[in-house]
Design a protein around this ligand. Structure first.
Ligand code: NAD
Length: 411
C-alpha cells in the first residue's frame, strides 16, 4: 500500500459512513493541479545536478491552496499527492479558509552546502512561481525545510511579483513571520495530547511519552509537554534512538540537536541506546510519531502499549495499524487534527501579512488553542454521536465542509 492508497482508504471509509455519491467522491479525491518540474543547480565544484520538484494542489473549494514543502530523497508523486489531500481535510477540520496542497524536492539536503541549498530553493521557485501566491497557493515549512527556506522563497517570489510576504508562511519573525509559528505544530500536538489524556481521566503532569522525530514538530511537542510535567522517556530520529527511564532534559536535548552537525539526538549524554521497535513498543502513556509517514504498520501496532497516540507526522499510521489500534482501545488523535496547529498559525501569519499588523505571542497562542479546542471537541462529539473512531469522525467533518463549499460554488 502506498501513502496515497492509505489516504484514499481513510477518505473512503468516511465517505461511506456519509453516503457520498461516487461521482462526488471522485471530485473530492482528484487533485486540481499536479506540477512536476526540473530543478537544476550548479554545485560548488562547478558540476551540474538535476533534481525533481513537485507541487500538487488538491482542492481549493474553501480557499487558496495551502501546504508545506519538503526536501527528502524519498519525495515522489504518490507521497506529495497523499500529503496534499491530507491538507484539504486538515484545513477543513480546523475550519480555516484554505484548501490543500503539498510540494517537495526529491533531494537529500544533508548532501548540499548552504549555498547549494539556497540555489536549489530559488530554482524551485523559478519553476513554480506562477502557480503560487498569497491568494493562490501558500507554501510552508515541512520535513527538512524551515524559516530560512521560506525567507528564500519569499525573496525569490518577490523578484517576479513584487513584495508579497503572504506568499509563504513559517517565515522568520524579522521578515514578516508570526510569533508562535515555529512551535505551533508541536504545541498543537501537545494540546491534543493533554485533552486526550484528560478524556481518559489522566493528567499530563507525570505522563510518560515516546517521540519519534526530534525536528520542528517532535522537539516542540516534547518541550511543551515537558513544560506541563510530562516525562520524555524514549526519543529517536534518522540517526539514533535513545531511552532514559528517568526522563530526558528536553531543553538540553533540543540544544544538543541544534548544535549537532547531523541535527540528531545521537551522542546525547546520559541516555541508553535504543531502537525504533523499542520506541513504538515502549510502556508509556503517549506515543508521538513526528517524523515520516507509514511508520506505524500493522506489525508495529500489535506491539504498541501507549494509551494515546498523537500523530505529529502526516500519515504515520497505515489503515491496517489504525484498525488494530482502534480495536485495542488506543486513542489515536489523527494527523488532520493533532498536527493542525501549524497550518492554523500559518493562517494567522497570512492574516497578519495581509493586514501588515503583527500580534503578540500570547495572542497567537490563545487563538491557536481556541481554534484547536473547538475542532477537537467537534470531532470528539461527532465520534461519540456516530460511534466512530476519531480519525473517521475527523474525515467525516472535513468531507462535509469541503463538500458543502464545492456544492455552493458549483462546477
Ligand atoms: P523536521 O525536518 O524538522 O524533522 C524531521 C524529524 O524526523 C527529524 O528529527 C529527523 O531526524 C526525523 N527523521 C527523518 N527521517 C527519519 C527516519 N527515517 N527515521 C526516524 N526519524 C527520521 O520536520 P518536521 O517539520 O518536524 O516534520 C515532521 C513531520 O511532521 C512530517 O511528517 C511533517 O509532514 C509533519 N508536519 C509538520 C508540520 C510543520 O509545521 N513543520 C506541520 C504538520 C505536520
Amino acid at each position: 500500500m502506498s501513502h496515497l492508497d492509505d489516504a484514499l482508504e481513510y477518505f473512503t471509509n468516511a465517505a461511506r459512513v456519509m453516503d457520498v455519491p461516487r461521482s462526488i467522491e471522485k471530485l473530492l479525491t482528484t487533485p486540481v493541479r499536479q506540477l512536476k518540474v526540473e530543478v537544476a543547480i550548479e554545485r560548488d565544484d562547478g558540476s551540474v545536478d538535476v533534481f525533481t520538484g513537485y507541487r500538487v494542489q488538491h482542492n481549493g473549494a474553501r480557499g487558496p491552496f495551502k501546504g508545506g514543502i519538503r526536501y527528502h530523497p524519498e519525495a515522489n508523486d504518490d507521497e506529495v499527492n497523499a500529503l496534499a489531500s491530507l491538507m484539504t481535510w486538515k484545513t477543513a477540520v480546523v475550519r480555516i479558509p484554505f484548501g490543500g496542497a503539498k510540494g517537495g524536492v526529491k533531494v537529500d539536503p544533508r548532501t548540499l552546502s548552504p549555498g547549494e541549498l539556497q540555489r536549489l530553493t530559488r530554482k524551485f521557485v523559478d519553476q513554480i512561481h506562477f502557480v503560487i501566491g498569497p491568494s493562490l497557493d501558500i507554501p510552508a515549512p515541512d520535513v527538512n525545510t524551515n524559516a530560512q527556506t521560506m525567507a528564500w522563497i519569499a525573496d525569490q517570489y518577490g523578484k517576479y511579483h513584487g513584495f508579497e510576504p503572504g506568499v509563504v508562511t513559517g517565515k522568520p519573525i524579522e521578515i514578516h513571520g508570526s510569533q508562535g509559528r515555529e512551535e505551533a505544530t508541536g504545541r498543537g500536538v501537545a494540546l491534543c495530547t493533554r485533552w486526550a489524556l484528560a478524556d481518559l481521566g489522566r493528567d499530563v503532569d507525570g505522563a510518560t511519552v515516546a517521540i519519534q522525530g526530534f525536528g520542528n514538530v517532535g522537539s516542540w511537542a516534547a518541550r511543551t509537554l515537558a513544560g506541563w510535567g510530562a516525562k520524555l522517556t524514549h526519543v529517536g530520529d534518522h540517526a539514533a534512538y535513545l531511552e532514559n527511564p528517568e526522563g530526558f532534559d528536553v531543553e538540553a536535548l533540543a540544544e544538543h540537536v541544534a548544535g549537532s552537525p547531523e541535527r540528531s539526538v545521537k551522542g546525547f549524554a546520559g541516555a541508553d541506546d535504543s531502537s525504533a521497535a523499542a520506541l513504538f513498543a515502549a510502556d508509556v502513556d503517549v506515543l508521538v510519531p513526528a517524523a515520516l509517514g507509514g511508520v506505524v504498520t500493522g506489525e508495529v501496532a500489535k506491539t504498541v502499549r501507549a494509551r494515546v497516540i498523537a500523530e505529529g507526522a502526516n500519515g504515520p499510521t497505515t489503515p491496517a495499524a489504525h484498525r488494530l489500534l482502534v480495536d485495542a482501545g488506543v486513542v489515536v488523535v489523527p494527523d488532520i487534527l493533532a498536527n493542525a496547529g501549524g497550518v492554523t498559525v500559518s493562517y494567522f501569519e497570512w492574516v497578519q501579512n495581509t493586514q501588515r499588523f503583527y500580534w503578540e505571542r500570547d495572542e497567537v497562542n490563545e487563538k491557536l488553542e481556541r481554534v484547536l479546542r473547538k475542532a477537537y471537541d467537534e470531532v470528539n462529539r461527532l465520534a461519540g454521536h456516530r460511534k466512530l473512531d476519531l480519525r473517521t469522525a475527523a474525515f467525516v467533518l472535513a468531507i462535509r465542509e469541503v463538500g458543502k463549499a464545492t456544492a455552493m460554488r458549483g462546477l
